[in-house]
Write a protein that binds this ligand. Sequence first.
Ligand code: PRP
Length: 182
Amino acid sequence: MQYGKDVAKILVTREEIQKRIAELADEINRDYKGKEYTLVVTLRGAVPFFADLFCKLTGNKVDCDFIAVSSYGATTESTGEVRMSKDLSSPIKGKHIIIVEDIIDTGITLSYLKKLFEAREPASVKVCSLLDKPSRREVEVEGDYVGFTIPNEFVIGYGLDYDQKYRNYPDICVLAPEVYGG
Ligand code: PRP
């Protein structure tokens, strides 16, 4: 698709995304061979990543569940407060879970999720995030499977939004600073 002036540049192309997802799936398939496990997906941003990753997992006991959390309003800065609007549908006690995220930025969301889930006594908790922006970290937390480490630029597309827009863009793009007054 042709992007308008809201896109400063494409940071990761759709082809690069798919290639990297195939590599992440290989790693997960190897690490979880013969194991039953559940992908725990954070709505909404992680949905495209989850969908492409899920179909590349080869185990026959791979489940998925969804949680909706949010900490960004109509700005590029985290509010610092995570709100859950939908919890998981099933208990995770005794299960191996992999949290699927689109991005680890300040780390506030992931840290909240890890604490929330660990209290429910799963067999293990790992994290798979398509993007990681370590230069923005406020809470010490990291992914076990990371697609791309990116610089400190506000990114949109492939699930990532600014003010609920641009999630449908197929590439990961840098938002033009004029859009948010940056
Ligand atoms: C985004 C993203 C991560 C989180 C990462 O979610 O999907 O969950 O922020 O940022 P952090 O590391 O600074 O916490 P958002 O709150 O925008 O909700 P959304 O997934 O519905 O867009």
